[in-house]
Design a protein around this ligand. Structure first.
Ligand SMILES: *[C@@H]1O[C@H](CO)[C@@H](O)[C@H](O)[C@H]1NC(C)=O
Ligand SMILES: *[C@@H]1O[C@H](CO)[C@@H](O)[C@H](O)[C@H]1NC(C)=O
Ligand SMILES: *[C@@H]1O[C@H](CO)[C@@H](O)[C@H](O)[C@H]1NC(C)=O
Ligand SMILES: *[C@@H]1O[C@H](CO)[C@@H](O)[C@H](O)[C@H]1NC(C)=O
Ligand SMILES: [Cu+2]
Length: 394
């Protein structure tokens, strides 16, 4: 029903959820014209975040005039979407900057990003670093797209709750030439369990439900996209290629798993996240609800916790997570900007490189590794409008 257009949607949702979508419609005639309208409770949090953020800006540095606006992919015009995808293919055609002896499979500039994400996976997920590390990671790719490939816009986000009932109707996944392509071709397969290497605990595994694809994507401008690093999380780990650093050229595959989207990536859960009353609640809600299910929904390459940036939609997926965090921080910038919760490793588990190290809590003065020699303190990755960052989400 999301392709039927605005007037029908209006009627359907007014009837379905019994809430007034009229207010939103009048204020944003061109925004949010498709998909499930943003409910007023969520909008209140977003408005407060935007108001507080803009009020916090000075007249030098990051200002109301120069602040970058990150928008939903569905709200961009076709020219900007085309330009973004062009810039992604442009980075894919440039050589890596990293020392490729660390990962001989790194073929292009995008692999610099995938490589460091693999290298850091057991430190930056289910840990205190999830949010700040990925904030800086997104900022780096946004700048690579702009500075090295001439992209004129800013990093967009995948506004998953607008299409939680059927993500294939979003402009992210509708298969058009201004999308990331749709689902992978259907390849019959069952659910799997994959092992995460690198933890001291033997064979720590994640469930992989079976979705409706499993094969290569078949449409959109990334149809012939080639990737090489990974996969890393597998049913059987090969000790000679534990982290998938050897060359493994292949297509981009997906495996849409609708229950993850319908059950979790919806407005109710998004609202629960921004309404979290503590950093602990926020991080648990983001990690366990949103982050895990975003990756699980897309499936295949995107669902490998290590090499997931192989799917270029990764950056839009994480921009939404970054946005939910920013909205939460923006309710009370003083108290929340530098709030941190979580261990220094994945679930506080010991790494196989340091099997006897007891768990310890992350602090904002800990140093993170962003790759290519950049080692900022965690607190540098926390404000979205200071320390080099300057953006706001709409
Ligand atoms: C990550 O890179 C560092 C520095 O090269 C290295 O010491 C470490 O073993 C790597 N870890 C993984 C999991 O690749
Ligand atoms: C871990 O998995 C490997 C296969 O990847 C298997 O050979 C090994 O026996 C398993 N170890 C344990 C303790 O279950
Ligand atoms: C998430 O969404 C599901 C499906 O609408 C709902 O049943 C559940 O209560 C939501 N959970 C939270 C924590 O908001
Ligand atoms: C840190 O890790 C320990 C051990 O796994 C765990 O019990 C604790 O809940 C973790 N703390 C946080 C804040 O994640
Ligand atoms: Cu990640």
């Amino acid at each position: 029903m999301y392709i039927l257009g605005y007037p029908i949607l209006f009627g359907v949702y007014a009837a379905l959820v019994g809430q007034s979508v009229l207010a939103g419609a009048v204020q944003h005639p061109s925004n949010h014209a498709t998909g499930i309208p943003m409910p007023s409770t969520f909008k209140r949090y977003q408005d407060t975040y935007q108001r507080n953020t803009r009020a916090s800006l000075g007249i030098k540095g990051c200002t109301n005039k120069n602040i970058a606006v990150r928008r939903s992919w569905d709200d961009l015009d076709d020219a900007t979407r085309t330009d973004y995808l062009r810039a992604v293919n442009c980075l894919a055609a440039k050589p890596p900057k990293m020392d490729t002896s660390l990962a001989p499979g790194a073929m292009n500039r995008l692999d610099d990003f995938t490589y460091i994400h693999i290298n850091q996976t057991n430190i930056i997920h289910q840990s205190g670093y999830l949010l700040p590390w990925h904030r800086l990671f997104l900022w780096q790719i946004e700048h690579a797209l702009r500075d090295e490939c001439g992209y004129k816009g800013h990093l967009p986000y995948w506004d998953n709750p607008r299409f939680s009932e059927d993500q294939a109707q979003s402009k992210v996944f509708d298969g058009s030439m201004t999308s990331f392509g749709g689902n992978g071709a259907f390849v019959p397969h069952g659910p799997r369990k994959v092992i995460l290497p690198g933890l001291a605990i033997s064979n720590f595994s994640l469930p992989k439900p079976a979705g409706t694809g499993g094969g290569c994507i078949t449409d959109g401008p990334l149809k012939n996209f080639r990737i090489s690093l990974g996969p890393v999380a597998k049913e059987v780990i090969d000790p000679a290629n534990k982290y998938g650093f050897l060359p493994n050229p292949r297509c981009l595959s997906r495996d849409f798993y609708n229950p993850a989207s319908q059950g979790v990536l919806n407005w109710a859960n998004a609202t629960t996240i921004v309404a979290s009353d503590s950093i602990k609640a926020l991080r648990n809600n983001i990690e366990d609800l949103w982050h895990f299910n975003s990756h699980t929904f897309v499936g295949m390459e995107a669902a490998d916790p290590f090499s997931t940036p192989n799917d270029p939609v990764f950056y839009l997926l994480h921009a939404q997570i970054d946005r939910l965090w920013a909205i939460w921080q923006g309710q009370d910038l003083k108290a929340r900007t530098f709030a941190i919760d979580g261990n220094r490793t994945f679930l506080g588990l010991a790494l196989d490189t340091a099997p006897n190290l007891p768990p310890s809590l992350a602090t904002i003065d800990d140093v993170m590794d962003m790759g290519l020699g950049w080692k900022p303190k965690t607190k540098e990755g926390m404000p979205a409008t200071k320390g080099g960052r300057c953006y706001i989400y709409e």
